[in-house]
Write a protein that binds this ligand. Structure first.
Ligand SMILES: Cc1cc2nc3c(=O)[nH]c(=O)nc-3n(C[C@H](O)[C@H](O)[C@H](O)COP(=O)(O)O)c2cc1C
Length: 205
């Protein structure tokens, strides 16, 4: 039993006054584990571009609305990440959900790749056609949501991409009566940097 007064158990951190890298480190390390939207888009040459985004959430189940945020690119002179540019132009994309066996491929797709090189070929993933939209999905992912763009809004340095699913695909046998066994699903999640995690113990209350 901890008898100290509640206030003494905490360290006050003035998060808005912290250096931006420190703020980033603390926020990213505390909001964990994060699900990963492994996003496929089409570039101007109709080649598939793949990139993971772990600032990702479901917004509305009634309209199947999901969002992920795209930060500013680092280390080069691009104004925006390719995924954001492609979605702005095409208005569509696929959110692929990766199994926990796919961490290396997900990580490899976060590295810069020239537009003429197929990321899928480079990392050994297979692109297959979607049903409603033109953008293909990743065959090795367990679930894929074909999405159309609803809205892009800027917050700070990041752009929040909000879209809705128009069609879904799930590995055969995984979805029964619209329910999913989390153990069978075994989704990959992100901690930070090159560290990922899979589902640990489940807590039933
Ligand atoms: C697991 C993982 C999650 C990531 N999540 C995000 C994210 O939420 N937002 C973001 O801007 N970048 C994120 N990144 C970095 C992007 O994937 C990376 O900048 C990528 O090169 C963007 O590719 P693009 O230019 O083809 O869009 C993540 C990287 C990894 C490995």
């Amino acid at each position: 039993m901890n008898n100290t007064c509640p206030e003494e158990r905490f360290e006050a951190i003035d998060i808005l006054k912290a250096a931006s890298l420190d703020r980033y480190k603390m926020l990213m390390a505390s909001i964990v584990p994060r699900p990963i939207a492994f996003v496929s888009t089409l570039n101007d040459q109709d080649k598939a571009n793949l990139a993971p985004f772990s600032n990702f959430m479901l917004i509305s189940s009634s309209r199947a609305i999901m969002a992920f945020s795209v930060g500013s690119p680092t280390g080069n002179d691009r104004l925006a990440k390719d995924t954001l540019n492609h979605i702005r132009k095409r208005g569509e994309y696929v959110i692929n959900l990766a199994p926990d066996t796919l961490a290396s491929q997900v990580q490899a797709c976060a590295e810069d790749c020239p537009p003429e090189v197929s990321e899928a070929d480079k990392v050994g993933l297979t692109m297959i056609a979607s049903h409603v939209i033109k953008t293909p999905r990743i065959a090795e992912c367990t679930i894929q949501y074909e999405c159309k763009l609803e809205d892009i809004r800027q917050y700070g340095e990041a752009h929040l991409v909000v879209g809705y699913a128009v069609y879904a695909h799930a590995r055969k046998g995984l979805v029964r009566d619209f329910k999913i066994d989390p153990r069978e699903y075994a989704p990959l999640a992100r901690i930070g940097g090159r560290v990922y995690c899979k589902l640990g113990d489940l807590i039933n209350v």
